[in-house]
Design a protein around this ligand. Sequence first.
Ligand SMILES: *Cc1c(COP(=O)(O)O)cnc(C)c1O
Length: 344
Amino acid sequence: MDKIDLRSDTVSWPTPRMRQAMAEAEVGDDVYGDDPTVNRLQAMAAEMLGMEAALFVASGTMGNLSAVLSHCTRGDEMILGDVSHVFLNEAGGSAALGGVHARTVPVQPDGTLRLEDIRRAVRADNPHYPTTRLLCLENTQNTVGGQPLGADYMRAAIDLAHELHLRVHVDGARIFNAAVALGVEARDLVKGADSVMFCLSKGLCAPVGSMLCGSEAFIARALRARKMLGGGMRQAGVLAAAGIVALEEMVERLADDHANACRLAEGLAAIDGIVIDPARVRTNMVQFDLADSVAITPRQLVEAVAAHGVVIRASSPFRLVTHYWIGPHHIDKAVAAFREALAA
Ligand SMILES: *Cc1c(COP(=O)(O)O)cnc(C)c1O
């Protein structure tokens, strides 16, 4: 990468080991269940998440939507965070394609949903109301700066949901970032959940794909949903091969991305005009704002750092994300670019 692209970890390219594994992958028709590489990836994913079974899907969005379609029927309601990815960034698929009503509760600064908010959002059994069916948790919680939700909170929320007769889906797009940051196994963060989705294509660097994990019975339903959504792929082993490398080689090293995010936050904190709390950086995301005193607009900042090869997006707050192709020397260059842009 000649640019220092900090827009997202989704911009990460496959590693040389992935490209080699993809070239050499054994394949079959996965819609017939015949692709040995897909089958191996699915078994690995299920094992790592402590679930009975797993399904390779084209994207995180497809995984989350397949889960919602498998847990809910039309007219059901799901409870989820008001700034969750499923609510904000998935084109309203659960409503458009599933007929599922969204009931949002506020995401707290630490990424959690308050247990009392969840309890209060559950509907009574009354013909005026939709049936509350599903709780959707996001870990790490993207929009509040990639906050990891701890095992104790996850357990408490999952137990509460089950006590209230809800099913639980975990949008764990970055569940391995959470696990590495907290020093626990990913399976300990989703214990008892009815399903979990995680992405192979973000910090784990695979070019395409996500995994949906759950019980055998759940995955059998999700397989039909995936087919309905057009996600039955044929010789998908070419893609799954990269996913296997991702799970074997790319999980533990996420700690480097987290260290680089801290380095970036500390560098930015030393620049006049940047408002940031480095203590909030727990995984691979850094959020900051411009001080009111700063003369340039967010868009001008984007252009000024772009002149130094640093690619970011204008947003409020700004969000920068580290990944495999960003090393400490890139961080130092990026910090210098911000310092110069704001020096005027
Ligand atoms: C990226 C992301 C998704 C969706 O994954 P895509 O592969 O981009 O569809 C879902 N949830 C969260 C929290 C994400 O960050």
